[in-house]
Design a protein. Structure first.
Length: 103
């Protein structure tokens, strides 16, 4: 037999509380080998200094060892710096770096 329990949450009469977190991210626009591209770093909504994921070149991610930055306070700025350094070291140009918060 399957048992299910529902617990009342004080102050939340008859509703389910869902907190939608803001999306924090850093967007790095760059040109490398004649192509414009982006590398996006998604940050923890509760600790915007900690990296939770990225979207961008797997080559860059591998080169900067992306795993070392996940869920570590202060890692976002270090990850950003490592990505920009990689791009510049390989003859590219970082055209902009923007950190945004969306809710």
């Amino acid at each position: 037999m399957l048992a299910v329990a529902f617990y009342a949450i004080p102050g939340l009469s008859g509703s389910i509380a869902i907190q939608e977190a803001a999306i924090n991210r850093t967007i790095i626009d760059y040109e490398l080998n004649g192509q414009a591209s982006q590398f996006v770093i998604d940050l923890d909504a509760y600790d915007p200094t900690a990296v939770i994921s990225y979207t961008g070149s797997p080559t860059i991610a591998d080169a900067v060892d992306v795993q070392q930055f996940y869920n570590i306070p202060g890692s976002a700025s270090e990850f950003e710096e490592a990505v920009c350094t990689y791009i510049e070291d390989y003859g590219g140009t970082v055209t902009s770096v923007e950190t945004i918060s969306e809710s």
